[in-house]
Design a protein around this ligand. Structure first.
Ligand code: 0O2
Length: 268
């Protein structure tokens, strides 16, 4: 049997994971820059560890020489969403990339078809097309899409599985199943207050952006305007920030912008 050069064999998977994480992160940034509600909350990527590859190959009776052909999740991407309905949006975004930089080979909906363990997630197996120094190369990758609540459950259950080497006691299994259902109930409840949650997020982002702009304009004015004037503006800003409304903060920001424009140090 030929000795596997793991470092070399796993290299394309590392490249695929890095590239996909960057691409999906940029997608999220695009939504944010356009002030649209991104269906993506977090993106994680990993290449399976050698021991996890060997464990899975053993469980599935995959001969060593077939590992890289048969195991579809050596490269794995996890996309975490806020709401269950965002999952479908993400799935459609990935489907739309078909024939561009990837091909969707298989989809498994463990949300509709919840696993016996209670596991919920949407899985897509894709063939990701990359360019390496040896030319084009296709790499299999599993994309898991799930909500924050589903992810919380899965990560706890995963570590318990590990602790019990896959043989969870029946009582624990049944409690975990109840927890999975409770987490899904939480997802459903959150969906009913989705609009409020989105509005709250928008308000907090608007506030952050206003504060960033104000601080930068104050900083720029400090070099060109009278020190006492900038100090009093800074005092006013703190007052409004701590006790005023968002409207007052917006007002203050636009007045400061006008002033910075006059001094030709406007931060946009
Ligand atoms: P890891 O360490 O996360 O990579 P199976 O034959 O049922 O074991 P299969 O056919 O490879 O699994 O595909 P499936 O069912 O789509 O599962 C692939 C991955 O989904 C798993 O990879 C887990 O990441 C996740 N997953 C599936 N079922 C469960 C579950 O019951 N609990 C948790 N926490 N995760 C699950 P690995 O290689 O098993 O694990």
């Amino acid at each position: 049997m030929e000795l596997i050069n793991w470092e070399e064999r796993l290299l394309p998977y590392r490249q695929a994971v890095d590239e996909l994480v960057v691409k999906i992160t940029n997608m999220k940034r695009e939504y944010e820059a356009l002030k649209l509600v991104a269906p993506i909350e977090e993106i994680h990527g990993r290449v399976k560890t050698i021991s996890s590859i060997l464990d899975k190959a053993g469980r599935r009776n995959i001969p060593t020489e077939m590992i890289f052909k048969k195991l579809e999740d050596i490269a794995g991407i996890r996309i975490i969403c806020r709401f269950v309905e965002d999952i479908e949006r993400v799935v459609n975004i990935i489907r739309q990339r078909s024939d561009l930089d990837l091909e969707v080979l298989e989809e498994e909906d463990y949300i509709t078809n919840t696993k016996e363990s209670g596991y919920r997630s949407y899985h897509m197996t894709v063939k990701y097309k990359m360019i390496t120094i040896d030319g084009p190369k296709d790499v299999l990758c599993e994309i898991q899409i799930r909500t924050m609540a589903m992810n919380f459950w899965a990560s706890i259950e995963h570590s318990l599985r590990y602790k019990y080497s896959g043989n969870l006691p029946d009582e624990l299994k049944s409690r975990l199943r109840n927890c999975a259902d409770a987490a899904f109930q939480l997802d459903k409840e959150m969906a009913t207050i989705r609009d409020d949650i989105i509005e709250a997020k928008m308000i907090s982002e608007t506030k952050n952006n206003l504060v960033d702009g104000i601080v930068k304009n104050l900083h720029n004015l400090y070099y060109v305007a009278k020190v006492e004037k900038v100090s009093s503006l800074n005092k006013k800003f703190i007052e409004i920030y701590q006790g005023g409304s968002l409207e007052e903060l917006r007002d203050f920001s636009s007045k400061l912008q006008t002033m910075a424009k006059l001094y030709k140090v406007e931060y946009v």
